[in-house]
Design a protein around this ligand. Sequence first.
Ligand code: AMP
Length: 415
Amino acid sequence: MKILVLNTGSSSVKYRVFECNGDTAEDLAQGLIERVGSKKADIKCACCLEHENGCAAQMIGTPGELDIPDHKAAINAICRILLDERCGIIQDLSEIAAIGHRVVHGGEDFSESTLITDDVISAIERCCKLAPLHNPPALQGIRACAEVFKNVPQIAVFDTAFHATLPPKAFRFPLPDSLYSEHGVRKYGFHGTSHRFVSAEAIKLLNKPVSDTRVITCHLGNGSSISAVKGGKCIETSMGLTPLGGVMMGTRPGDLDPYLPLFMIKELGMSVDDVDKTLNKQSGFLGVCGFNDVRDIEKRASEGDAKCQLALDMFAYRISAFVGSYAMIMGGCDAIVFTAGIGENNALMRKRILSNAGYLGCHLDEERNMRNETIITTDQSTCKAFVIRTNEELLIARDAAKVVQELAKSHTVPA
Ligand code: AMP
């Protein structure tokens, strides 16, 4: 069955189409529409590279000068590409068996991927206050698909769902009870689909009973988070109520002294909006050294830039501190997994992070690490380190296919 996967942002829509059969999934097409909501939108369609007659996306108009006023127009443009004979993905929209949506925040309501109904939409709406940048565009994508695809089942796959297994001692903040019971203030965690995908791959590589496995997953990209996965279940994760907490990131600081925002307001006279901007957009790597792409930072550090060197050291130090703490709460660690842009590609950063991991039985094999091999530790290491490419879209497609199959079995697929 063909599954369309959508990741809808405020001004972008990423799409991917998979042919799912049982446990296998073939990648059929992918692309991205940027600057949705403008007359200067751009479409990048991966399959166009294979077509001599030019990009199927170009028939929509000139990339960079497209009039895509809203998310519905973006979904319509994607449909035209998929239907175009040069792409050859589908001949009719009815061939799409289901649409899987990435939804960042599901709050406490969802521990697994779910068929989208009016109740589910209301629940996603209630979580908008906890993910104001992410949930509203996801809802726009869901509503646009309902108009364009009519009765095709839509499935929400939540970034928070994998962390639903955190025990209260991990997800509660030591704050007055009413903040949790009345306002839902707790740790939710994010990047859950990525942590779920790479931890499952790591467990396969460990080749021992799932219940005996202790895996630490490091999703290190522009946004970064660490999770502790014991017996296949997430028991701790670094991000909190929002994706601001945890480890240092591209433009976000991660965990801080909680008085710090008050200090900025009371002592430095900053407005709440200024504090918000400082914490979300001007901190992390960018705040420390002026750059947020780690490739640029590595280059400058190698040329002797002290601020860039400090930023890299701060990042590695913080990640290794989380890894050490997660090994402690699991009573040891069988594998440390590196994924996302930095985790998958930056061998120097992995080396910095693991420089003191020998006590865990985790010994880096420098050559394997430099070659970005899947296993980057020595054969004697009792704690392995893996480099595993994350594939959130694949997991979303698999989940959507599974939900649709279960619905078909119970004969409740919408007509
Ligand atoms: P992501 O948010 O997962 O796209 O990751 C973005 C981060 O990954 C940026 O800081 C990039 O510098 C880093 N990154 C992406 N690709 C590479 C690469 N090939 N080599 C080194 N770093 C990379």
